[in-house]
Design a protein around this ligand. Structure first.
Ligand SMILES: Cc1cc2nc3c(=O)[nH]c(=O)nc-3n(C[C@H](O)[C@H](O)[C@H](O)COP(=O)(O)O)c2cc1C
Length: 187
């Protein structure tokens, strides 16, 4: 790996609640991570990414809401109390959760706004990794029911929760099939 950017891209990993420690993520680190997200590319500079940052009691409220939604939307035959509890725990055992929101402007095809937001999330993920903070993008079905809780506008959609924490996980190589299977060279 020849430089720090390539190293970060290669070694960024999904780090989940099992590896998180209790150490608080500082406001300074959170701003570093959010500024990196804000540097993402965007067609027509619509900058469609929006974030709602949950910490402390906010995580408890988020966890309770995820559990409540799970209970509400899950058919009785599929419902499990353990899953309901676990949904809440995902939030309360992270140090920070960031709701990822796309703000659809109508100026571009929706896929472009989602693509730009995804670029922002990758920036966020790489920046966190680069300062020793782990995390991952979680997309449980409940995110489709978070609009009121998050106070979203009709043109906004939550596309995930990014859970973050200082952690104890070891660096791991990416598990990927060869790039050669995904590229056709034309000369
Ligand atoms: C759009 C998107 C949605 C994802 N949703 C989830 C999820 O709901 N739960 C989860 O554990 N991981 C989720 N992930 C993380 C992927 O599982 C993870 O990136 C993949 O296994 C590759 O591992 P790596 O991040 O360590 O390279 C998501 C990743 C992306 C890009």
């Amino acid at each position: 790996m020849t430089n720090d950017v390539l190293k970060a891209i290669h070694y960024r990993r999904t780090v989940n609640q099992n590896s998180f420690t209790d150490q608080d993520i500082s406001k300074e680190d959170l701003l570093t991570i959010l500024e990196a997200a804000n540097a993402a590319p965007t067609h027509k500079r619509t900058q469609p990414w929006r974030f709602v940052v949950f910490q402390k009691d906010g995580l408890t409220r988020l966890g309770a809401e995820l559990s409540r939604i799970y209970k509400t939307i899950t058919p009785a035959e599929k419902y499990s109390e353990a899953t309901e509890v676990n949904m809440g725990k995902k939030a309360t055992t992270a140090n920070v959760a960031i709701a990822i929101v796309v703000n659809y402007t109508g100026d571009l095809p929706e896929w472009e706004e989602l693509a730009a937001t995804s670029c922002a999330v990758q920036n966020l993920w790489l920046a966190a990794h680069s300062i020793g903070i782990g995390g991952y993008w979680a997309t449980p079905g409940m995110i489709n029911h978070l609009g009121e809780f998050l106070g979203l506008e009709p043109n906004q959609k939550c596309v995930g929760l990014f859970y973050l924490g200082h952690h104890e996980s070891e660096p791991r190589e990416p598990v990927r099939s060869s790039i050669e299977e995904k590229v056709r060279w034309e000369q």
